[in-house]
Design a protein around this ligand. Sequence first.
Ligand code: GDP
Length: 296
Amino acid sequence: MASALTDKLSRLVKEMRGQARITESNVQDMLREVRMALLEADVALPVVRDFIARVKEKALGQEVLGSLKPGQALVGIVHRELAATMGEGVSDLNLATQPPAVILMAGLQGAGKTTTTAKIAKYLIEKRKKKVLTVSGDVYRPAAIEQLKTVTRQAGAEWFPSSPEQKPLEIARAALDYAKKHYFDVLLVDTAGRLAIDEALMQEIKELHAALQPVETLFVVDAMQGQDAINTARAFKEALPLTGIVLTKLDGDARGGAALSVRQITGAPIKFAGVSEKIDGLEVFDAERHAGRVLG
Ligand code: GDP
């Protein structure tokens, strides 16, 4: 099935008929369409600029200029470059450490951290046969602690109790201690998020990171966040050495351009995609397939 972008580029190429061959200026016109498609998919503007510059270099080579179907050749280049930017191969969770391996979940409130914590717990239990403990450091929202308890149960993992009277660091240390004593393979630490970047909260998660020394620090980001994803990603990257990204809510309408922005800003691999509210709605991220979605 031809994408909307392929259609647009084919139209441009038809308009060029009669010209001896495709020129650099035709390529510029085509790149303008690619740029529009990426912006429509909510890729952040600076990321689009970088991307187009990389594609332009390749597009001015023989593959496009010498092609009988330059529109399709260009879409091919864009698709390959998108897939390469968003990831090379599959990037599984790294648990290569003395157990318990700690996984720290970071992201804004509502991004899907708690849900994803349980999804990952289930994934680790079923696919990697691990013994998994979860804990919530969100002492600001008692409902969040309860929510983690509920979804942890659904995942078949064990939940470590915490309460709003405690400090997040104290909770994290107690959970780690418990995980060690009871031979857990993995400790998943859910954290508090705010609706926007918040200095105090960033400081708190930095301290959690320093105390827990997680083997994975996952940045959970909502695919529907669009253009704003770039600012969130930058703030979390500055605060923490991120090791992976989970892009949630890909079952929604979003074309998922946030994947490109977040990957480029953080440099961290996109490890999983959230594809439903349900606990089994987690997929290993497939950059190739996602490239098709971004192009529309
Ligand atoms: P947190 O504040 O970051 O912990 O976010 P939550 O885990 O509470 O998720 C916020 C909302 O997004 C909830 O209503 C979840 O059910 C929903 N959610 C999380 N991940 C997904 C997903 O992949 N797809 C859909 N459709 N909804 C999701």
